[in-house]
Design a protein around this ligand. Structure first.
Ligand code: MRU
Length: 356
C-alpha cells in the first residue's frame, strides 16, 4: 500500500539485508531500517519495530535467513529458531513461520541452504499477501451487503492495527475496507486509539490517511456509546491467535468491544489468515498472554512544540501499572471469521468446513 503516494511492503530483502519500516517511529518519522543479524531481527520483534502477527512471522522467517548468512551451522540455526519463537509469546504466526522454515532447513548441510531459506521466507511473504487480498475480497461482500441496504456511508469500527503495516500488504481487518474503498463504496472508519501503544492512532489512522480513507480516532472507551447511537454498522478486528474452537485472542480491549457489539446487535467480525489459527491448544485460558513493560503505560511519546519527538511521564512516579497486551474474545461474541478461504462461523465446525 502507499506512503506519500509510493507503494511499499512492510518487509523486503535486498543486498543480504532485511529492510523494515521502523514502526516505533511512525507516524512522525518514516524510517527504513536495515536488519543485518538474527539478533537484530529478534530485537526488532521484541521492541516492536515490527509488530502485528503476520509481520512478526515474516520477520522471524527472514531472521533465520540472516542467521544462515552469519553462521551456516545447524546448532546456531536451532538456537536462533528458539530465540525467535521466544521473542513475543502470543501471536502464533511467529512459531508457525519458524516451524515452516525449520522443516525445510533442518539437516540441510549443503551450500544450498541459504537459497532454500530465502525462497521459503519469500514464499511466506507472497502467500500472506495473497491471503490478505482474499480476506479483503471475502470481507468486501459483507460491506457491500450493508451498503446496499443502507445506501449511505458504512461506518466500521476497528481496534489496534490489523492493517497492512501488521502484515506484508493489504492487512487483515483493513483489507475489506481497502477493497470497498477501491470499489467506490463510501466507508468511514472509527479507529480505536488502542492504549497503551496507540497502534490505532499511530498506525491504523496513518495508513488509512495515506490511502485517503475517511477515519476518526476515538478513545478506546468510546465505541460503546457510538454503538448505542447506531453509529457503528460493523466491527472488524484482527487476531494474534485464533483457536480451532473459534475463540479469538487479540489486542487488549478487543473483548470489551465485542461485548458492546453483542449488546447493541452490531456484527463483530474477525479477519485472519490461516497462519493465525492454533489448531493444537484446546482452552483459551492456556494462551500465553504477553505482559509488557509498564513504562508503555506510564509514559507517552509525541512531538513537542519544536517538532522534536519527546517521551514524557504521565503517571505519578509512585503508582504501579500493569500492562497486559492481549485478551480473548470467546467465540460466542464473534459473528463470523473472515479468512482467505471464505467466511465461516467462529466454531470448530465452521473452521473445519473451510480448512479440512
Ligand atoms: O502488539 P501488536 O501491535 O503486535 O498487536 C497487533 C494486533 O493485536 C493485531 O490486531 C493482530 O496482530 C492482527 S494483525 C493482522
Amino acid at each position: 500500500m502507499k506512503i506519500e503516494g509510493k507503494e511499499y511492503r512492510t518487509i523486503w530483502f535486498e543486498n543480504n539485508v532485511v529492510k523494515i519500516i521502523d514502526q516505533t517511529k511512525l507516524p512522525h518519522q518514516f524510517i527504513i531500517k536495515d536488519l543485518k543479524t538474527v539478533k537484530e531481527a529478534i530485537n526488532a520483534i521484541k521492541i516492536m519495530e515490527v509488530r502485528g502477527a503476520p509481520l512478526i512471522g515474516a520477520t522471524a522467517a527472514y531472521g533465520l535467513v540472516l542467521a544462515i548468512i552469519e553462521n551456516n551451522d545447524q546448532s546456531f540455526l536451532k538456537k536462533s529458531a528458539e530465540e525467535l519463537i521466544k521473542s513475543r509469546p502470543t501471536a502464533i504466526n511467529l512459531k508457525w513461520a519458524v516451524d515452516r522454515m525449520m522443516n525445510k532447513l533442518l539437516g540441510v548441510n549443503s551450500d544450498k541452504i541459504l537459497e532454500i531459506a530465502l525462497k521459503e521466507a519469500k514464499e511466506i511473504c507472497e502467500e500472506d499477501i495473497k491471503f490478505c487480498e482474499n480476506i479483503g475480497l471475502n470481507g468486501l461482500k459483507i460491506i457491500e451487503q450493508i451498503y446496499n441496504k443502507k445506501k449511505d456511508t458504512v461506518n466500521i469500527l476497528t481496534h489496534c492495527n490489523a492493517g497492512w503495516l501488521a502484515t506484508i500488504n493489504w492487512g487483515t481487518a483493513t483489507s475489506p475496507i481497502y477493497h470497498a474503498h477501491k470499489k467506490g463504496i463510501p466507508v468511514h472508519v472509527w479507529v480505536d486509539e488502542t492504549r497503551p501503544r496507540n497502534q490505532g492512532a499511530n498506525l491504523t489512522s496513518y495508513e488509512l490517511n495515506e490511502e485517503e480513507i475517511p477515519n476518526t480516532i476515538i478513545a478506546d472507551n468510546t465505541g460503546g456509546i457510538l454503538m448505542q447511537r447506531g453509529e457503528v454498522d460493523m466491527c472488524i478486528v484482527g487476531t494474534d491467535r485464533t483457536l480451532a474452537t473459534g475463540d479469538v485472542c487479540n489486542k487488549i480491549g478487543t473483548y470489551l468491544k465485542a461485548l458492546s457489539a453483542k449488546d447493541n446487535d452490531v456484527p463483530f467480525y474477525v479477519a485472519l489468515p490461516s497462519s493465525t489459527i492454533d489448531w493444537d491448544l484446546k482452552d483459551y485460558k492456556d494462551i500465553p498472554i504477553e505482559e509488557r513493560n509498564s513504562e508503555e503505560l506510564s509514559h507517552v511519546e509525541g512531538l513537542d512544540e519544536s517538532g522534536k519527538v519527546k517521551k514524557i511521564r504521565v503517571y505519578p512516579k509512585k503508582s504501579k501499572a500493569m500492562n497486559l497486551a492481549f485478551d480473548v474474545t470467546p467465540s460466542k461474541y464473534v459473528t463470523a471469521l473472515i479468512t482467505e478461504k471464505g467466511i465461516c462461523e467462529a466454531s470448530s465446525d465452521g473452521l473445519r468446513k473451510l480448512f479440512k
